[in-house]
Design a protein around this ligand. Structure first.
Ligand code: NAD
Length: 247
């Protein structure tokens, strides 16, 4: 692993223009369960039912119950992996993070260029008038919560069956085409279209480096190499190696 960490640091310095694609594994060490790893939360709330837009339209209280439960259980904070990516941005290498996560933790860690591919669960939007609310400031006593115009509020995350927000889509593909190295961290790379982003980076000539405790469908096909390990362990080591090489 040490050799690969040094190689990743060298590749980052050589590339200069680095993008990252992050998935649920990025926040696992912050206590937020991923979809596909064993863990009680998603066994109780099957995401394909509770996070499907059709469920929201037929029973809006169901996805809201899940959000409420999620929020009470998780008072998550950025982990050392998030903080390492913030440092990689301040060192001038990481241009943007394309995240599939909806937990706001990259922003909390200090990254300024975060593309929210699947929206953000810390916000809600009124389906009638379009007004945005911070989740922390609305009451979840009666579900679904309503806007002051009496419209139903929807969590501002992309549900299954919904399109990706246009601007996030455009910026992500632009980043994939123009970066010289893409870090792919904590994603099982099976949810499309997000999983196509590393493929586009690769086709455009970027080096693709995965960080994940286990291989993914990208491994050995799209990614140049994988560093097997947890984001909260591997990423601080990579940033440390970058700084060592710069001295
Ligand atoms: P996924 O659950 O399909 O896959 C998680 C991946 O993370 C796996 O490959 C796993 O091996 C890896 N992983 C587990 N622990 C890790 C760690 N400590 N460090 C690095 N990698 C680790 O998640 P996905 O690919 O992101 O796709 C599922 C969808 O779930 C995404 O659209 C995402 O929006 C949503 N989701 C988001 C959150 C969140 O916001 N934190 C949580 C759960 C699901």
């Amino acid at each position: 692993m040490e050799d690969l960490i040094k190689k990743a640091a060298e590749d980052i310095i050589k590339a200069q223009r680095v993008s990252a694609l992050t998935g649920a594994g990025m926040s696992a060490e912050s206590g937020i369960p991923t979809f596909r790893d064993p863990g009680g939360f998603w066994e109780r709330y099957n995401p394909e039912e509770y996070a499907h837009i059709n469920t929201f339209f037929s029973h809006p209280e169901k996805p809201w119950q899940m959000v409420k439960d999620f929020d009470i259980k998780v008072k998550a904070k950025p982990n050392p992996g998030h903080l390492a990516l913030a440092e990689l941005e301040s060192l001038g290498f990481l241009r943007e993070i394309i995240t599939q996560n909806v937990d706001n933790l990259h922003q909390q860690a200090g990254n300024s260029q975060v593309i929210e591919f699947h929206g953000n669960l810390r916000r809600a939007v009124c389906l009638t008038c379009g007004k945005y609310y911070e989740l922390a400031k609305i009451s979840l006593e009666i579900l679904p919560p309503r806007c002051e115009c009496n419209g139903i509020l929807k969590p501002d995350a992309v549900f299954f069956g919904e399109p990706i927000p246009q601007e996030a889509y455009r910026r992500s593909y632009e980043a994939a085409r123009s970066c010289k190295l893409m870090l792919v961290i904590g994603t099982s790379a099976v949810v499309y279209p997000a999983a196509s982003i590393p493929q586009i980076a690769k086709q455009a000539g970027a080096v693709v480096v995965e960080v994940n405790p286990q291989p993914t469908p990208l491994t050995g096909v799209i990614s140049d190499y994988i560093i097997i390990g947890k984001a909260g362990v591997v990423l601080p080591e990579i940033v440390k190696a970058v700084k060592n090489l710069l001295c």
